[in-house]
Design a protein around this ligand. Structure first.
Ligand SMILES: CC(=O)N[C@@H]1[C@@H](OP(=O)(O)OP(=O)(O)OC[C@H]2O[C@@H](n3ccc(=O)[nH]c3=O)[C@H](O)[C@@H]2O)O[C@H](CO)[C@@H](O)[C@@H]1O
Length: 383
């Protein structure tokens, strides 16, 4: 009998991180994979599905305008319950720390369906930051039967919360599998953006700084500070190109376009699909971001990354990276960027390729563990 796996995700980062696993599972004759999208980030998710050549089996389409987290949770719980009833999966795979991950785990728990949690064990230790993700990932850990932390540090977090060792497998982060897959495709075809793409105006002879930012905790004042720092830097270094694919959240979009839309060497674009975005990362001199995924991807490409957050659940383990955690304080952003632009020896300290978050084989390890789990069916001892 084939193993019936249901994969549930809803946001762009979850989709990117689940995509290489979906590709692997789809090619197995001993596995029936059902991919369920909750539609938490509808448009941005569609572009990921296309970039990885995947097909969604079911779209719950739960998002409505101005939905609260409770409204979203309620809609998800009902629709997932129905889907589990219809599809009767042997196991549900969830990822990370979204409302989708937690509610998909809860709905599975209520139906006595085992849950495997990918990117398990990330913690800041502060339930309010990031909010609501820290709660989502802790609650998911309570409900999951198999835990796939990306690093040993994340495994220790799970052990400290009482998760049994036998149910944990350190795999590396699947985002590195996704990144290496896409990177290889770009290299093989020497891929370049099409002439009509806003990225085509980037001059390869000039330095380019890539920026992303959308964290809830920075909305409002935090974003104004980030934009203020970028504006100052863009004036100070007119020869450097600043490229900022702006998140669709109007509370991010409106501030960024109002404060930076007029500067000639700042290119504001819509969010880019994964192929374009990996190309941007490869060609960047420096990346500034509050994104979790990009913090993981940048070192694998040997790119320095300035983290626009005060705390991170993704410590790289390198001492010098502490200086890169600058938050939204404009003075710190400007000072650290200036040093990285002007001090070549200092810049080089951050450009060695290293991959503290994974080696690109996370999906293989997850597959092997799922097959072993199916054979032994020994979950009872961990549930
Ligand atoms: C607290 C925290 O850290 N939470 C994380 C956060 O995820 P994140 O911060 O990693 O999210 P993003 O920055 O949106 O995505 C990043 C991915 O997107 C690619 N990318 C980016 C811009 C673009 O224009 N085109 C792209 O393709 C990029 O290469 C990368 O792979 O929220 C998720 C729940 O929503 C959580 O699960 C996740 O823990």
């Amino acid at each position: 009998m084939n193993l019936k796996i249901m994969m549930v995700f809803g946001t762009r980062p979850e989709a990117i991180k689940m995509a290489p696993l979906a590709r692997l599972l789809q090619n197995r004759s001993d596995i029936d994979l059902h991919i369920c999208s909750t539609g938490q980030h509808r448009e941005m998710l569609a572009s990921v599905i296309k970039a990885f050549d995947l097909q969604i089996d079911e779209d719950l389409d739960v998002m409505t305008r101005d939905q609260t987290l409770n409204g979203l949770s309620q809609a998800l719980l009902g629709k997932l319950d129905h889907s589990y009833h219809q599809n009767q999966p042997d196991i549900v795979l969830v990822h990370g720390d979204t409302t989708t991950s937690f509610i998909a785990s809860l709905a599975a728990f209520h139906r006595h369906i085992p849950v495997a949690h990918i990117e398990a064990g990330l913690r800041t230790g502060d339930l309010q930051s990031p909010w609501p993700e820290e709660a989502n990932r802790r609650l998911t850990a309570v409900l999951a039967n198999l835990h796939f932390p990306p690093t040993e540090k994340a495994k220790l977090n799970l052990l400290a919360e009482g998760v049994c060792d036998h149910c944990i497998l350190v795999t590396g982060n699947t985002v590195i599998d996704a990144l290496l897959w896409m990177n290889e495709r770009l290299d093989q075809t020497n891929w370049q953006p099409a002439p009509q793409s806003p990225l085509a105006s980037i001059d390869p002879a000039r330095k380019m700084i890539l920026i992303t930012g959308h964290r809830r905790e920075s909305l409002g004042h935090g974003f104004e500070e980030i934009c203020h720092a970028l504006d100052t830097l863009a004036q100070r270094y007119p020869d450097i190109q600043f490229v900022y694919p702006v998140h669709m959240n109007p509370r991010v979009h409106d501030v960024v376009y109002r404060m930076l839309g007029h500067r000639e060497n700042i290119i504001l674009t819509a969010p880019q699909d994964y192929r374009h975005f990996v190309w941007l990362m490869k060609n960047a001199y420096l990346i500034m971001t509050d994104s979790g995924g990009i913090q993981e991807e940048a070192p694998a490409l040997g790119k320095p990354v300035l983290v626009l957050r005060n705390v991170t659940e993704r410590p790289s383990g390198r001492l010098q990276d502490r200086a890169m955690l600058v938050g939204t304080n404009p003075d710190k952003i400007i000072a650290q960027t200036t040093r990285l632009i002007e001090d070549a020896a200092y810049y080089r300290e951050f450009t060695t390729r290293h991959s503290p978050f994974g080696d690109g084989r996370a999906c293989e390890r997850i597959l092997e563990r799922l097959l072993a789990w199916k054979q032994s069916q020994s979950l009872d001892e961990c549930a």
